[in-house]
Design a protein around this ligand. Structure first.
Ligand code: SF4
Length: 357
């Protein structure tokens, strides 16, 4: 984007109205532009065909023209999953994944470039936090994925904030992005179709319940005991007890059910004893557990557990009446685990630099 240009996705309704006024256009033009962006997904002003040509040119100059296409797109052999590597204006790389699972088309969105949480089994955690994403950078991913789905004759049905980064560590921008995704005059998604996944930032779990009570909450727990949890998710944040308290408050405020994500690592957290302690910890919550057998990637800690131990873990939870599912794996042939594609790219360019220099 050229210097001084305004990314239209960074503008809320008021700011867009002010821009339209500043170029001496009537107020209704800003409503037209809003619909072009959020209903139709048109990000290049020159393609906003219901606007006069002069206005399109003015907007294109003000906004610096169309955004770059993703630098890389991979689709899994079975066609179920496509992953885009997107370069931001400062060169940072983020990943966005579209998962086709009829009747749903779900986009998995990144909320930060990198991540500070340092989960030991996660390729993004290895990279550390690079920076927060802006509202526009978050929204662009949903608009891009919806365009893919529409090109294929479907539509985007679900948004999950489970990509790179910890969404609740970028709360104000996440909250504004959710507001625009659920704006009935804009993107028009039901809040019930949005899920925010967090490692457990207690304060912002409670804020989410107030600001977006119908949005689904998923909490990545991964361990039933404080010591093991600290080993797997070394972030200096809320304790397990504080997280569970925040989830209970969230449930009391919203009446919703929380999903606990639990990545299973062979010989680390996957025994029946772990499952029994997990069931004890979740007692009294309206909860569902989603088991995720580790999808190993280069440089991260942990091995994938055997099918037998995954089923044993599931059975131990079911024996204690905890609703539990095992995540169906899609797209493992395209490095669909969070941060893998970016990691591959950065490693390749690092190798390229050392080779040449
Ligand atoms: S799993 Fe999520 S929270 Fe943990 S390091 Fe990776 S991106 Fe961050």
């Amino acid at each position: 984007m050229t210097e001084g240009a305004v990314d239209l996705l960074e503008l809320d309704r008021e700011a867009l109205a002010a821009l339209v006024e500043s170029i001496n256009q009537p107020a209704y033009r800003s409503r037209q532009i809003w619909r072009q962006i959020y209903e139709r997904g048109v990000l290049d002003p020159l393609q906003m065909t219901d606007l006069p040509t002069d206005l399109r040119r003015q907007l294109s100059q003000a906004s610096g023209g169309p955004l770059d296409d993703p630098v890389q797109v991979q689709t899994s052999a079975d066609g179920s999953t496509s992953k885009a590597l997107i370069a931001l204006s400062d060169g940072e790389l983020i990943e966005t994944v579209l998962i086709r699972s009829a009747p749903r088309d779900t986009v998995c969105i990144s909320s930060q470039a990198g991540c500070a949480m340092g989960c030991v089994f996660c390729a993004t955690g290895l990279q550390g936090l690079r920076r927060q994403l802006t509202v526009g950078e978050i929204l662009r991913q949903a608009i891009l994925a919806r365009a893919w789905a529409r090109d294929e004759g479907r539509d985007l049905t679900n948004v999950v904030f489970m990509g790179m980064g910890e969404p609740l560590a970028n709360y104000p921008r996440l909250s504004e992005a959710i507001a625009r995704l659920t704006d009935p005059d804009g993107f028009g998604l039901s809040p019930r179709r949005i899920t925010v996944s967090t490692v457990g930032i207690a304060t912002n779990i409670r804020r989410l319940a107030i600001d977006h009570p119908r949005v689904n909450l998923a909490v990545s727990l991964h361990a039933p005991d404080p010591q093991l949890r600290r080993e797997l998710v070394p972030v200096d944040g809320a304790s397990l007890d504080e997280i569970i308290d925040a989830v209970r408050d969230h449930g009391d405020a919203t009446g919703g059910r929380v999903t606990f994500e639990y990545v299973l690592l062979d010989g680390v957290n996957d025994s029946r004893a772990h499952a029994r302690r997990l069931a004890d910890r979740l007692r009294g919550l309206r909860a569902h557990v989603n088991l995720i057998p580790l999808n190993p990637s280069p440089g991260v800690v942990g091995r994938r557990p055997s099918r037998r131990s995954v089923l044993g873990f599931q059975q131990a939870l079911q024996d204690r009446n905890v609703p539990v599912t095992i995540r169906v794996e899609q797209g493992s042939d395209i490095a669909a685990a969070c941060g893998q594609l970016r990691g591959d790219r950065v490693r390749r360019s690092d190798t390229g630099r050392s080779d040449s220099g």
